[in-house]
Design a protein around this ligand. Structure first.
Ligand code: SAM
Length: 984
């Protein structure tokens, strides 16, 4: 076909009937053969024949409406009536339907707005009048309106399920769309050619059948827009569509498409002489082929799914030894997958599934265990893999010890074949690696801790048996081999974490001068939690006190890196300035450092070089939170630490003791652990890390600790009572990697022990530190009151059963009390805790009074009550400003002397001296039966805390003591003030 010819036939046709010709047009069509045929029919039959045709006319409502309107407007209603009555076989446009039939008596018909062809509604997917749109375009003029139809006829490919938005899949979708478009064009071209050919044949026939009228109708269109009409007066091709048909096919065109194309191109090569029937037959054949292909694909999919299901259900032995992760294994003896990969995606997935369940061949070439197979890059470790259940013997035969390598875990429990092992990928990001190491580390630590506990139990039981028999206690046995592996693994993991773990950079700096870490062994006799052996066979860490339950997750808390001032704003006082040489960077010779005072870098002669600055930003070694059995969660160092090394700052909320008590009885009432630590005993201030804190909140108590807290002065002065501190943890000795970090809590009056009339402690929380010198209780028993340090072996249980302090002393099996001490008379069962608590509060009140007076006297001091972001141009001066801080803090002398407040941090232990800690006080006993002397009950007298608030000039409403504890913070600091002053 030449371009000129093409041009002619390609132009769309927009025929519009001449308005005044409508009546005439229909009248002229009257004498057609069809009309005559109709007339010859009996009346009802003629009506039945006519109905669809008449209704079909209404399917072009635009025409009808316009004609009717115009007829009425012109007063030519007669013409309209004539049109209504006229038979309709003479209407404009030829019948051209996708079905290929030109029969106009097949029911409802509809006309295309553009090409004016008539089509069978049912063939075009419209079954009732309601389905028909007001404005209709055929599949050639608007193929996009008929995609479903074209697809159902096999002219468009079947829909492809949308894939993910990955780059590859996007490309695939784009290719798919290009292919679809190409096919749509192809389909349109075929249809157009087909119609043209058919029309050629039909025109002749129709022309003969219809006679001159019908010919005229065609020629009339030709005159109206001759440019739009082809040689034969038939225009079907939508504009632009055929121009693009010359484009080369897309590269990714499927075989199927090409096949279809070839077959559809065939008519072009051998055009049918008279179009119609053979074209239609071909098209039907194509459709049938397409349908068959679809069916085939469906079947293939079903088969693949079935195969995969069967394979999954089949016993492992039957599964072919294939390799996971698509790694190829050179030593494979069987061909795991078919040589030709399956075409369909489903089949590929099935093949992948099968591969992932393949066996890992052993170095000798034999297949190990089909279900728990390692990828190729781990094949060298396959011999270490434990056997699956039921396959132990076979595995034992196959797995031979490798020279130079540890023996396989022959004794390890076989793996259940249903367990899925997630092997590491060949390539891994550092993040993934860290995550894996962390998880393994946690697991290993748990295993070790469990082993320690087990060991303790075994030794404890052994010691009982031995002591009964009068033998010497058994020596610790050598480590089982598996535990040695675990140790070695821990070491490797620790090394990894040290080098690549979070904070590795900071830790590396800290560890620069550190000796090479030695291997940690939780089984070594010098482990931080050694077993306590007793001669009597009774131990405080007896089995009944060991809670070896599964770890419960700890209460969530917000991590902070500096203290948050809740009960009062932070005071910004000056701090002493050292006289260091600027080049010294405030090294060990710095007087401030010596006095545990932190330099202010703005004033320090060393300026930015000063190394004696706030602990907030000092690098600290990594510490892991691990579950340590009966003591809950604890901190373990993954790296070796040296004596004196800084481990971190204890951060939390700074609150008054009253608030701490309120919290203890409300927020924390249901908790087992408290996280209070004393901040300023004289001011009654504590740091609470229960809600906000850092990792150091997990440090447990030990009577033989490996760390200690130091309280450093950050600003202000102790004499001026305007001091702010920081609490820093240091290593008391060299600590091995894997050891638990502990310090001596140095119990204070916050949790006074409950004593019986003999001065024996009868209630409180048991200490499970296991140290040989363990007091047995999580509380310090003041010696000066003449109370025994801890219940003696054999006495403890009996004494614990005493319900009240007035109960008669239980007859001791071991005779009279061994220790002869002078005791102060016990006046009242409640007096001891009351006195200590009251005195502590009174002292705190005095301290606050002093502060209040200071604030009144010195406007600058008052100005110091500002937030960190605030500014004060006036220099601040305080009572005792620049005074060298009291050495008492350094040596641990507490203001509350042991004689005055027996339970307030008095200690003969040098470890507890720097700071009298309040942490981990026990929750108050819930029932009076279980413990008649409730430690905290007296300090909860509402009048006690308020006493101190009067000193601050509180003039608010009085509260009813019978009511619950008031919000003392709110009273002291009005809410608005607090909002602006509390430093977060
Ligand atoms: C500050 S918390 C320490 C972290 C705590 N283990 C946890 O799981 O969150 C203090 C609590 O830990 C427990 N604890 C600490 N040291 C202990 C020890 N030596 N013996 C028994 N329990 C101890 C006590 O329950 C105590 O109240």
């Amino acid at each position: 076909m030449s371009v000129g010819e093409d041009e002619k036939s390609m132009e769309p046709e927009h025929p519009a009937p001449a308005e005044n010709e409508v009546a005439e047009h229909h009248a002229q069509d009257d004498p057609s053969d069809e009309a005559q045929d109709e007339a010859e029919l009996p009346a009802p039959e003629a009506e039945a024949e006519r109905t669809p045709t008449r209704r079909s006319r209404r399917m072009n409502p635009a025409d009808d409406a316009s004609v009717k309107d115009e007829a009425q407007a012109d007063g030519t209603s007669d013409a309209w009536d004539a049109m209504e009555d006229a038979p309709e076989s003479t209407d404009e446009g030829v019948t051209r339907c996708v079905c290929g039939s030109t029969d106009e008596n097949l029911g409802l018909m509809i006309q295309c707005e553009t090409c004016k062809c008539w089509q069978h509604c049912s063939c075009m997917g419209m079954h009732t009048e309601d389905d028909c749109p007001d404005v209709y375009y055929c599949e050639q003029c608007r193929p996009e309106n008929h995609t479903e139809l074209l697809r159902s006829y096999g002219f468009l490919p079947a829909k492809v399920a949308k894939r993910g938005a990955s780059r590859g899949s996007r490309q695939a979708v784009a290719k798919e769309s290009a292919r679809e478009l190409q096919e749509a064009r192809e389909a349109i071209r075929v249809l157009a050619e087909e119609n043209a050919a058919r029309l050629r044949g039909e025109n002749v026939a129709e022309g003969r059948a219809r006679g001159p009228g019908s010919q005229r109708s065609v020629s009339k269109r030709r005159t109206m827009n001759s440019r739009d009409i082809g040689e034969d007066g038939w225009e079907q091709i939508p504009p632009g569509l055929l121009l693009e048909k010359e484009e080369p096919p897309a590269d990714d065109e499927s075989d199927e498409t090409r096949k279809r194309k070839r077959s559809t191109e065939a008519p072009e090569a051998t055009p049918e002489p008279n179009g119609g029937p053979s074209e239609m037959a071909k098209r039907r054949r194509l459709q049938a082929e397409a349908a068959q292909r679809e069916r085939k694909q469906d079947e293939e999919k079903k088969e693949a799914a079935e195969r995969s299901r069967k394979e999954r259900a089949a016993p492992r032995e039957e599964s072919k030894p294939r390799h996971p992760n698509q790694y190829t294994y050179r030593g494979r003896q069987e061909t795991p997958v078919s040589a030709v990969p399956p075409r369909s995606r489903e089949a590929r997935r099935v093949a992948r599934d099968a591969n992932s369940r393949s066996a890992t061949p052993l170095p000798d070439g034999s297949s190990h265990l089909p279900s728990h197979t390692m990828p190729e890059h781990l094949a060298h470790l396959a011999y270490l893999q434990p056997p699956t259940t039921g396959d132990e013997e076979a595995a034992a035969e196959r797995v031979a010890p490798q020279p130079g390598l540890p023996e396989p875990f022959a004794l390890i429990t076989p793996i259940d074949p249903s367990i899925k092992i997630r092997y590491p990928q060949k390539r891994m990001t550092m993040g993934e690696m860290r995550k894996r190491v962390r998880a393994i580390n946690e697991y290993v630590t748990r295993v070790q801790i469990e082993a320690v506990e087990r060991e303790k139990r075994v030794q404890f039981l052994g010691s009982i048996v031995q002591s009964d028999a009068g033998d010497a206690p058994p020596e610790p046995t050598a480590l089982p081999m598996s535990m040695r592996f675990v140790e070695q693994l821990t070491d490797d993991l620790n090394q990894f974490q040290r080098r690549f773990g979070a904070g590795a950079a900071g830790a590396a700096r800290v560890e620069e001068d550190q000796p090479t870490p030695k291997r940690a062994s939780p089984f070594s006799p010098k482990h931080s939690v050694p077993l306590k052996r007793t001669s009597s066979g009774s131990s405080l860490s007896s089995l009944d006190s060991l809670d070896l339950d599964e770890p419960t997750s700890f209460q969530p808390y917000k991590t902070i890196s500096r203290n948050v001032f809740v009960s009062r704003p932070r005071i910004y006082g000056d701090s002493p300035v050292c006289q260091c040489h600027p080049d010294s960077a405030c090294d060990e010779r710095c007087i401030n450092r010596f006095m545990q005072v932190l330099c202010n870098p703005r004033k320090c002669p060393c300026g930015k070089r000063c190394t004696n600055t706030s602990f907030d930003k000092r690098p600290s070694p990594p510490l892991d939170v691990v579950y340590v059995g009966a003591r809950g969660w604890g901190l373990v160092t993954p790296t070796a630490l040296h004596k004196g090394q800084y481990l971190g700052q204890y951060c939390g909320e700074l609150i008054y003791m009253e608030e701490a008590m309120r919290r203890a009885h409300s927020v924390y009432a249901a908790r087992k652990n408290y996280y209070f630590i004393e901040y300023d005993a004289s001011a009654g201030e504590v740091i609470d890390a229960g809600l906000r804190g850092n990792k150091l909140r997990f440090v447990n108590h030990s009577c033989e600790p490996n760390c200690y807290f130091e309280k450093w002065l950050l600003s202000g002065s102790e004499e001026g009572r305007n001091a702010e501190y920081q609490l820093a943890l240091f290593a008391l000795r060299d600590i091995r990697a894997g050891e638990e970090i502990t310090y001596d809590y140095g119990w204070s009056a916050f949790q006074p022990p409950t004593l019986d009339e003999n001065g024996q402690m009868i209630s409180g929380e048991r200490c499970l530190c296991g140290a040989p010198s363990c007091t047995g209780w999580l509380a310090r028993i003041p010696k000066k009151r003449g109370l025994s340090r801890h219940p003696k072996d054999g006495e403890a249980k009996t004494q614990l059963q005493i319900p009240t302090t007035h109960a008669a002393p239980a007859p001791s099996a071991q005779g009279p009390q061994r220790r002869r001490v002078r005791r102060q008379p016990v006046k009242d069962e409640e007096e001891i805790p009351m006195r200590s608590a009251e005195k502590a509060l009174a002292r705190a009140a005095r301290a606050r009074r002093r502060r209040a007076r200071l604030a009144q006297r010195s406007p600058t001091a008052a100005a110091s009550k500002r937030t960190r972001g605030g500014s004060s141009s006036e220099p601040r001066s305080y009572e005792g400003e620049h005074a060298v801080p009291s050495k008492a803090r350094k040596v641990g002398h507490m203001e509350l002397t042991p004689s005055e407040t027996p339970s307030l941090g008095s200690s003969d232990s040098p470890l507890s001296s720097p700071l009298s800690s309040l942490s981990s006080m026990s929750p108050p006993p819930s029932s009076p039966e279980s413990s008649p002397l409730t430690p905290c009950v007296l300090v909860f007298e509402p009048s006690s805390p308020m006493d101190s608030y009067w000193d601050y000039g509180y003039e608010g409403p009085l509260f009813d003591p019978a009511e619950s504890t008031p919000d003392l913070n709110a009273m002291l600091w009005p809410r608005e003030d607090r909002a602006s002053q509390v430093v977060e």
